[in-house]
Design a protein around this ligand. Structure first.
Ligand code: J2J
Length: 522
């Protein structure tokens, strides 16, 4: 489950792992006169100082405990970007239960799967409908997952408040939360992270990214994603005593209003958003973006051409980020030479990160490219309750599945992936899961989903369909509506379909995804 004792000992002795807990982040700032009255979190409608946030967290934590939620219980969150999200996360931390980070875009398939694997006891999500009925979805999950007892309305957290009390202190080396993987299997695997391992990555990220109390970090990606959460993201900004601004939508029309209003200094974007921001700025804007100092781009490969345009267009320093919720995060440095910033995905943030490149059989290769494997003080060694730990080498190193090359200075260039996971502009799609859902349609005899390249998203999905009746193949519209209705997140609906009579095969008679991908480029 955890790190071998010699490694753990080394991390402890060298102060890599400390005795800090997630709850300390807010609690310590709230009790420090230099920070108590400073604004900690802001959204379009309201803001809270550290002292106010701490007070509200204390009341909600007590209320959750009063409901019967106990330390180590799992609490599933599905909350749009807002101050309420931060309150809920820290309240769960305070009463020592474990947040499970669902995304607002998740639908019944994902949420039921996650609630079941986590044995979640409660769901915190909005009861009011804002474009989508989150409460109805939570009800569905409760009906299908026995352990779920409480549905908590994130729009009205006050109704759950109780008198603050002492919940005791978590052991920093115990689990703090469960993050979701963008894995290649159907239901996302759960990633168990400890206070000590994750907070090391947050503190180290702050050093590398120059985050301090003057940082105003804007969250435009879904806040529960690992990138805006910790690289350095929300936790980094709060840890440093800075301010977190949460945007309800990532587009310039919404987000730039907040940049201007709150004098935002830093933001994390995925490449398609970075392109929209860049193109909009190149076209000219009346918004005052002069406070913005750093734009991070990560989650998917940023094309070099786009990378070169970001700094001049937005008047910022670009930082590329190659990270994963399982651990390892790489950054380009803020003072790195231009070609390194625009042409690489950075280098490991920690001297304690260990990397190796291997071939398809796991044999080390000296010259890349190769499959990246890694171990380190903030990289997990197993998934939560993992029955088939194929993502880990025999010695516990994490197999990222990414094909990378190393430059002379130790920077990584991401060349692709080996598995069937499609990276749709930073949102990960499991081909297997989408296939399963399409296959349930009566007009489909067989289906294979592959990535096709896309100018904006990097990759998008194409479903090769063998119809039940060749004379009457299903249309894209029909399949998308069908998959949507089956309860899958919108970003996983197929972008294109191709009707085919039979799949090409490999030499050993297996369906060749590679040949199907090649068909798309010819
Ligand atoms: C190419 N591929 C990338 C990049 C991630 C910071 C930033 C991102 C994530 C994240 C994160 C990439 N170029 N710059 O957790 O803390 C692909 C790789 C990787 C996978 C992980 C963070 N940045 N990727 O994206 O868990 O394939 O984390 O293995 O969602 O995204 O996805 P995820």
């Amino acid at each position: 489950m955890s790190w071998p004792s010699e490694l753990a000992q080394k991390y402890r002795q060298n102060g890599v792992w400390s005795d800090e807990t997630f709850d300390d982040i807010v609690a310590r700032k709230a009790s420090d006169p230099a920070f108590a009255d400073k604004v900690a979190v802001v959204d379009a409608d309201r803001s809270l100082t550290y002292a106010e946030l701490d007070d509200r967290v204390g009341r909600l934590a007590a209320g959750l405990a009063e409901l019967g939620i106990a330390p180590d219980d799992r609490v599933l969150l599905q909350i749009p970007n807002s101050v309420a999200y931060i309150e809920a996360v820290f309240a769960v931390f305070r009463m020592r239960a474990l947040p499970v980070f669902g995304l607002p875009a998740h639908r019944a398939t994902e949420l039921v799967g996650v609630a079941r694997s986590a044995d979640a006891v409660a769901i915190i999500s909005p009861a009011s409908t804002r474009g989508f009925d989150y409460r109805a979805l939570a009800e569905t999950v409760r009906e299908q997952v026995d352990t779920v007892r409480h549905l908590i309305d994130s729009d009205d957290l006050e109704q759950f408040w109780a008198e603050p009390r002492d919940h005791g202190r978590a052991d920093p080396e115990d689990l703090g939360f469960l993050q979701l993987s963008g894995g290649s299997t159907g239901v996302p695997k759960l990633i168990p992270r400890t206070h000590a391992d994750y907070l090391y990555s947050v503190r180290r990220s702050n050093e590398v990214c120059g985050v301090d109390q003057d940082t105003v970090y804007l969250v435009v990606l879904p806040a529960a994603h690992n990138f805006p959460m910790s690289s350095p993201g929300i936790l980094g900004a709060l840890h440093a005593g800075g301010t977190v601004v949460l945007a309800a939508a990532p587009l310039p029309s919404v987000a730039w209003e907040l940049v201007q209003r709150d004098r935002v200094t830093m933001v994390g974007l995925v490449p398609p958003l970075a392109r929209i921001w860049t193109e909009t700025a190149e076209g000219g804007t009346d918004f005052d973006l002069s406070s913005l100092a750093t734009v991070q781009v990560g989650g998917a490969r940023c094309p070099d051409e786009l990378a070169r345009r970001i700094s001049p267009a937005l008047g910022v320093t670009l930082q590329q980020v190659f990270g994963m919720a399982e651990g390892l995060v790489c950054y380009t440095g803020l003072d790195d030479p231009e070609d390194e910033v625009t042409g690489t995905q950075g280098r490991p943030m920690s001297e304690w990160d260990e990397l190796r490149l291997v071939d398809e059989d796991g044999v080390p290769v000296t010259d890349g490219p190769g499959f990246l494997e890694t171990q380190g003080p903030y990289t997990i060694r197993t998934y939560w309750k993992d029955a088939s730990p194929s993502s880990f080498a025999d010695d516990g190193w994490y197999r990222t599945g990414d094909v990378v090359e190393l430059t002379g200075r130790g920077n990584l260039i991401v060349r692709g992936r080996g598995t069937d996971r499609i990276n749709r502009g930073g949102e990960k799609v499991s081909a297997e899961q989408v296939e399963e859902h399409i296959l349930a349609h009566p007009a489909v005899r067989d289906v294979i989903v592959v990535a096709s390249s896309d100018q904006y998203l990097g990759e998008r999905t194409c479903a090769y369909v063998i119809p039940a009746d060749l004379a009457e193949p299903p249309t894209l519209g029909v399949l998308r509506a069908f998959v949507r209705a089956s309860g899958l997140a919108e970003w996983k609906l197929p972008d294109a379909i191709k009707v085919i009579e039979a799949f090409p095969e490999t030499g050993v008679g297996k369906v060749s995804r590679k040949k199907l991908r090649e068909l798309l480029t010819h």
